[in-house]
Ligand binder design. Structure first.
Ligand SMILES: Cc1cc2nc3c(=O)[nH]c(=O)nc-3n(C[C@H](O)[C@H](O)[C@H](O)COP(=O)(O)OP(=O)(O)OC[C@H]3O[C@@H](n4cnc5c(N)ncnc54)[C@H](O)[C@@H]3O)c2cc1C
Length: 400
C-alpha cells in the first residue's frame, strides 16, 4: 500500500536526509524521492569515490538494481575455482553465468545519478558529524557547519558508521578485509578471464579471492579482526601464489566488514540504519551489496512512511515495521549464513569437499550465486543439515 501523501513541511526542513551514497544510501534516497519526499543525500567523499570492494554482483544484487541502470560489467564469472589453503584446487562451471564484475566507483555513481534523477538533491564532500532528535525533527550537523533538519534520517554511512553508533547497532562478527587492485598483462588477463577464485585460508573463517576485471584483477583476503600481522602475511603469500605481487597495485587498502547481532536495533526514533551501517552482511561470503540494495529499498519506503506519519505513535510503528521487514527478508538470510560460517570455521575441509565433490552441493551454491535460491535455501539441503548437526555448528554460536 503506498504511503499517504507527504504533508507540508516547515521551511528549511527536509523530508528525508540520507547519509552515505553507497548502494544502501543511493537506493534509499531514490526510493524516498520516488515517494515524493524532499530528499537530501549527503556523501562524505567527492563522487565518484573509491570503495574497497571486490565489486562482485551476485544474482540477488543484480535483481535489486533499478531497471536499466547504465553500468559497465568488466567480466562475468563462468567458472569458479575453489582451493583449500593453496591445495586441492578444482574448477566448476556455472549453469547460468551471472556473477558480474564491476567497479564500485562506477556502480555507486550510477545509483547516485538514479537518485538525483528521481529528484533527490546530492551533496558530496559533506559529512555528517553529529545528529540529535527533538519531537518530530532530526537535526544533522555537517563538517560544513550546517545544521540540517529532517522528518526522517537514513544512516547508510558504511561499516565505520556514526549513525550506527547513535542507533546502538551491535555486531556478532567483525572482520578485516585487505584487498589490492592489480593491473595484469594480457597473458594473466587471459588466464583469469571468466573465472573467479575462492581459496579457503589458513586463519579461522578466512578466505582469499581473485576477481577478474579484464586488465585488472581485484584480489584480497578476509579474516576475523584482531590478527592483522597474520592477515597481512596471508595476503602477501596469497597474492604471490596467484602471480599478482609483481605490478604496483592501483589500490591497496583495508576495510572492516561487520555482521549484526540478531537482536541489534535497526532504528532509533526517526533514524533508520541500512546496509553496512546496520551491519547487514553475509557471515560466510561477506557479500554485502545485495544486502545494501535491499535494505536501502526498505529504508526508503520506511522513511517515506515516517514523513507522512500523523503522530509519533504512527512514526514508531513505521520504524518498528522497518525492523520487522529487515528481519523477515534479510535476518533469515543472515541466520542461515551464520550457521554456514560456523560450519566453515570449524571444518573448512568439509565445506571444500562438499562444494567441489558433491554435484548437488555445487548446484545449490551455483543457484544461490545466480539468484535462484538464498543462503537459507542452501542450508535446508538434507546433507548440509546433517553436516551442521554433526559438527555442532548451530545458529547463535557465531564467533565474536
Ligand atoms: C574488501 C571487501 C570486498 C568486498 N567485496 C564484495 C563483493 O565482491 N560483493 C559484495 O556484494 N560485497 C562485497 N563487500 C561488501 C560491500 O562492499 C559492502 O557490504 C557494501 O559496500 C555496503 O554498502 P553500503 O552502501 O552500506 O556502504 P558503503 O558502500 O560503505 O557506503 C557508505 C558511504 O557512506 C559514506 N560516509 C561514511 N561516513 C559518512 C559521514 N559521516 N557522512 C556522509 N557520508 C559518509 C562513505 O564515504 C561511503 O560512500 C566487500 C567488502 C570488502 C571490505
Amino acid at each position: 500500500m503506498p504511503p499517504p501523501p507527504v504533508p507540508t513541511r516547515a521551511p528549511g526542513t527536509w523530508d528525508v536526509i540520507v547519509v552515505g551514497a553507497g548502494p544502501a544510501g543511493a537506493t534509499a534516497a531514490r526510493v524516498a524521492a520516488e515517494h515524493g519526499c524532499r530528499t537530501l543525500l549527503l556523501e562524505r567523499a567527492a563522487i565518484p569515490r573509491y570503495k574497497t570492494c571486490g565489486g562482485g554482483l551476485i544474482g540477488a544484487s543484480l535483481a535489486a538494481l533499478p531497471p536499466g541502470l547504465p553500468l559497465k560489467v568488466y567480466d562475468t564469472a563462468r567458472q569458479f575455482t575453489f582451493a583449500l589453503d593453496g591445495r586441492r584446487e578444482r574448477t566448476l562451471t556455472c549453469a547460468t553465468p551471472t556473477c558480474a564484475m564491476v567497479y564500485r566507483s562506477e556502480l555507486d555513481s550510477a545509483l547516485t545519478d538514479a537518485a538525483a534523477q528521481a529528484g533527490a538533491e546530492v551533496r558530496d564532500s559533506t559529512a555528517l558529524t553529529a545528529l540529535e532528535q527533538e519531537g518530530d525533527t532530526v537535526t544533522v550537523r555537517t563538517n560544513r557547519g550546517d545544521a540540517l533538519h529532517a522528518r526522517a534520517v537514513v544512516g547508510a554511512d558504511g561499516s565505520a558508521s556514526r549513525v550506527s553508533r547513535y542507533v546502538g547497532v551491535r555486531c556478532a562478527q567483525v572482520d578485516l578485509a585487505l584487498e589490492a587492485e592489480v593491473p595484469v598483462d594480457e597473458r594473466t588477463a587471459d588466464r583469469w578471464r571468466g573465472r573467479l577464485l575462492m581459496e579457503w585460508g589458513p586463519l579461522p573463517g578466512s578466505f582469499g579471492w581473485v576477481f577478474p576485471k579484464g586488465d585488472v584483477c581485484t584480489a584480497g583476503v578476509v579474516a576475523a579482526r584482531g590478527n592483522p600481522v597474520a592477515l597481512r602475511a596471508y595476503k602477501e603469500d596469497f597474492l604471490a601464489r596467484q602471480g599478482l605481487l609483481g605490478a604496483r597495485p592501483l589500490h591497496d587498502t583495508g576495510h572492516l566488514t561487520r555482521c549484526r547481532h540478531p537482536d541489534s536495533p535497526l532504528a532509533r526514533g526517526r533514524v533508520l540504519v541500512a546496509g553496512d551501517a546496520a551491519a547487514l552482511v553475509d557471515h560466510w561470503s561477506r557479500e554485502g551489496i545485495s544486502y545494501a540494495l535491499r535494505s536501502g529499498d526498505l529504508a526508503g519506503h520506511a522513511a517515506a512512511r515516517l514523513v507522512s506519519a500523523a503522530d509519533e505513535r504512527e512514526a514508531a510503528t513505521a520504524a518498528d515495521d522497518y525492523g520487522r521487514r529487515i528481519n523477515e527478508v534479510l535476518g533469515v538470510e543472515m541466520r542461515a549464513s551464520s550457521v554456514l560460517m560456523n560450519l566453515f570455521t570449524r571444518n573448512p575441509g568439509l565445506v571444500h569437499t562438499t562444494v567441489t565433490r558433491l554435484p548437488l552441493a555445487w548446484r545449490r551454491l551455483d543457484a544461490y550465486i545466480a539468484g535462484r535460491t538464498s543462503v537459507a535455501g542452501i542450508m535446508t539441503a538434507p546433507l548440509v543439515r546433517a553436516a551442521t548437526a554433526l559438527t555442532g555448528a548451530r545458529r547463535g554460536d557465531v564467533r565474536p
